[in-house]
Design a protein around this ligand. Sequence first.
Ligand SMILES: Cc1cc2nc3c(=O)[nH]c(=O)nc-3n(C[C@H](O)[C@H](O)[C@H](O)COP(=O)(O)O)c2cc1C
Length: 303
Amino acid sequence: MILFVNACVREDSRTQRLADAVLFGKQSVTELCLEDLKFPAVNEEFLIERDRLIAAGKFDAPTFDLARQFAAADEIVIAAPYWDLSFPAALKQYFEQINVIGITFRYTEDGRPMGLCRAKTLTYVTTAGGTFVPEEYGFGYVKALAEYFYGIPDVRIVKATGFDIAGADVEAILREAETAARTMDFKEAVRWFADKWIGKFTDPDVSYLELVDHFMADDCRALGFEMDCAQAFSEKYEVAFHDLEALRDVIQEITDIPLLGSAVYSKWRYFNHWSYSAAEILQPENREWFTVVLEQMKKLACI
Ligand SMILES: Cc1cc2nc3c(=O)[nH]c(=O)nc-3n(C[C@H](O)[C@H](O)[C@H](O)COP(=O)(O)O)c2cc1C
């Protein structure tokens, strides 16, 4: 299980969007939205009760739910905007809840923390308004916790900065960061993408809305495919963009995954925007067109 600790607060959060790129194609992600949690006040009463439970070895108490969830995760992704040289207070509250001796770490006899967490990787995703973004109070702090307390050896940062500078091209900054964020093996992501959409295009009960709504475009963008109205594809393979039989004739010679991705994205755009009726995407020859291209992408991604 991948635990996604989401400390973003804004509806159009750039940090969340960058985190989506990091998580793209990952299976079994559990999202923990910190805004939805009500953290108890960590006052003396709370600490006394917590120490009592730890001393009694009652680690299954509900108060330790978050700590147990964190310790059991196979991988951690944390998304937090850069606030006041650091991150939102809710994330600090979260750490106060999960730092539990006996669950996420323990102390050695000479007083050093030793990690008890399962995860080997923690990815910290952040975005900042400016470019003065020292890491020591935000990422640096999380990295120290991860390495020294939780025992997570591989701690990475994925960040984008300069969003709030006058005249900043927010979309361009985000796109560049999203591309860099795709740390996952590209071919693995392509296999996942192809499998997912082959499944949908071959599903007799699929609704045309599922195929023409923004979902496929989101996936294409996350993989870096370009919607160029099939220009690059048509220059090389002419009518294959419109004609299934022509596509079948050339598909085996196409070995460029981004070019196939761009053709898929452009074809999606045709039905999403240009076609007389978007529901035409369900016609057998159209489903087949997508399936043939996606099968070839999958084949190339398996080499
Ligand atoms: C409370 C608050 C504090 C902020 N502090 C900083 C800061 O110290 N340095 C900086 O460069 N930007 C700062 N910003 C700007 C945000 O980092 C920037 O807008 C970021 O992209 C917001 O992420 P989001 O879109 O995920 O909410 C701050 C924003 C807020 C709301």
